[in-house]
Design a protein around this ligand. Structure first.
Ligand code: G4P
Length: 273
């Protein structure tokens, strides 16, 4: 990636709109080297629209454009991405034109963590299935150029995930939204940590959704969910383990409503440097 990065004009960085901080591609932090960036907040159809708007404001600057995308449902999405990429590079292209040089197609590198929707985006802008989309982290293994438009070529790169998480919350958020394999994780404790995050950002939301007590703790929320869906063990006790699995499944599928697990802070500009 480092080698290829030298040959590209700009970066198209996909982040999940529900976790724009945790879903930063870690390699980019070290390698981006001041290239213009188009940050696409993917899966915005599942994110809280107000939170997304705040993220866009927090992330964009002179060298960074930011666009919320719903690649699955918005048929004009590819056009918007191409237009935004051209706009970001327009100053440089105009300078070339002023010198009488016809600018060549922009070369952009697409980066993102596994499952962020990169293959789906590339398929959309290439208008054919050049990249296989799958719900398996790490499916894009090699580097491939895609001719997206007469004026835009996109280099696909493998999805890269953090080798380790210094910040425990990043690990929780990534696992909650299904970006890391959760086979080895304790789902009940993951669900409870996630419930705590949602309760913090959306007070009263889960309580109302599951008819739980007003001041229910995460275990109380799982109990209320188990009760509502009639999830019981053989001895007729509420099955909070199954409730935890159902909660995570429905959260990942966007069935709990449009929720964003990380909200923009004033310090977020720092993550671009
Ligand atoms: P990757 O290359 O970054 O690893 O991700 P990929 O495109 O394979 O997408 C991962 C999952 O996210 C896919 O779902 C894809 O459909 C879904 N997805 C991508 N973009 C969006 C979006 O803007 N909105 C929503 N709601 N979903 C999106 P999957 O579980 O594999 O199901 P399937 O629909 O492909 O069968």
């Amino acid at each position: 990636m480092e080698e290829r990065l030298r040959a590209v004009d700009m970066i198209i960085e996909l982040r999940d709109a529900r976790m724009p901080n945790a879903s930063i591609n870690p390699i980019l932090k070290e390698l981006a080297s001041g290239k213009p960036r188009l940050i696409l907040l993917s899966k915005s159809d599942m994110a809280d629209p107000i939170a997304t708007k705040k993220w866009i404001e927090a992330l964009k600057n002179e060298n960074v454009a930011c666009l919320a995308v719903d690649i699955m449902h918005d048929s004009s999405c590819a056009k918007k991405i191409i237009k935004e990429a051209l706009l970001l590079m327009e100053k440089k292209r105009e300078a070339k034109r002023a010198k009488g040089i016809r600018p060549r197609a922009i070369r952009a590198m697409a980066c993102g963590i596994p499952n962020v929707g990169k293959s789906t985006m590339i398929n959309r802008i290439a208008r054919k299935n050049t990249v296989k989309a799958a719900d398996k982290p790490g499916v894009t293994k090699s580097l491939t150029w895609i001719h997206a438009d007469e004026e835009l070529d996109v280099l696909d790169t493998p999805g890269v995930l953090w080798p380790k998480f210094d910040d425990e919350k990043i690990g929780i958020v990534l696992a909650a939204l299904g970006s890391i394999n959760d086979d080895i994780l304790n789902k009940k404790s993951l669900a409870m940590d996630t419930i705590r995050i949602i309760q913090n950002h959306y007070p009263g939301y889960l309580e109302e959704l599951y008819d739980a007590e007003k001041d229910a703790n995460p275990n109380g929320i799982l109990k209320a969910l188990a009760n509502k869906r009639n999830l019981k063990k053989e001895n007729d006790e509420l099955d909070t383990k199954r409730a935890a699995e159902l909660f995570l499944y429905e959260l990942r599928k966007g069935k709990l409503g449009r929720l964003t697990l990380e909200h923009a802070q004033e310090s977020d500009q720092e993550v671009l440097e």
